[in-house]
Design a protein around this ligand. Structure first.
Ligand SMILES: *[C@@H]1O[C@H](CO)[C@@H](O)[C@H](O)[C@H]1NC(C)=O
Length: 206
């Protein structure tokens, strides 16, 4: 029990200290999301092939996302391994059939900005591009995140190229930000799992 609490505190501190989110001045660009989005087909495991640096996944290897639906609630879990610890960060969103392919995210200890997840395009069976942008009007800064995802831990060079060019057609989604996510077995061993749920409360209340 003590160990669990210690790990959660560590995670929160690291989020605040890390400074690796993509920031730009000005409002978010309008983006077109996946048409006729079918949530059922999108559920399940998505491996991260490449991503923009994201504060809560910083240096996380073997990263994948698990997306589950429970009624209108969509549970998004970010799995990754860092320093021999597997982290599972859980965030909840909602989705109703016919909605635009966007999962809104509340501000929380995991993501203090609440960057949404917009499914830009996917073929459901092989790859997906997920992008997010959130504008803070007080400081005139937008926060951008993006992932190229695959149903397996690899992605063919053709689909990777295609995903890259689709992603980087979005204004400010520069290909230079993309980082490869290590998926090799030697990066994937871990000794602990730290489950972290979102909380709106302060760290003192953990
Ligand atoms: C997210 O949703 C799941 C499933 O409904 C629930 O068990 C969990 O407690 C929720 N988490 C938060 C932080 O609300």
């Amino acid at each position: 029990m003590l160990k669990t609490i210690y790990l959660i505190v560590t995670v929160i501190l690291r989020f605040e200290l890390s400074n690796t989110q993509i920031l730009h001045f000005g409002k978010c660009a309008e983006v077109e999301t996946m048409r006729y989005f079918d949530l059922e087909r999108f559920l399940g495991i998505w491996y991260e092939i490449e991503r923009f640096p994201t504060w809560y996944e910083e240096n996380g290897h073997c990263a994948h996302k698990r997306i589950q639906a429970c009624g209108r609630t969509v549970v998004i879990e970010h799995y990754f391994i860092r320093n021999g610890i597997q982290y599972v960060l859980q965030m909840n969103s909602t989705y109703s059939p016919g909605d635009e392919a966007v999962f809104e995210i509340e501000e929380s200890n995991i993501d203090p900005v609440g960057i949404p997840f917009s499914v830009i395009t996917t073929d459901y069976d092989n790859y997906a591009i997920v992008y997010g942008c959130k504008y803070n009007e007080h400081i005139h800064i937008k926060y951008i995140s993006a992932w190229i995802l695959s149903r397996t831990s690899t992605l063919s060079p053709e689909l990777r190229e295609q995903a890259r060019s689709e992603l980087t057609s979005i204004p400010f989604a520069n290909a230079a930000y993309l980082q490869t996510v290590e998926q090799g077995e030697r990066y994937c061993t871990y000794h602990w799992t730290a489950y972290v749920q979102t909380q709106d409360k302060d760290i003192e209340n953990v």
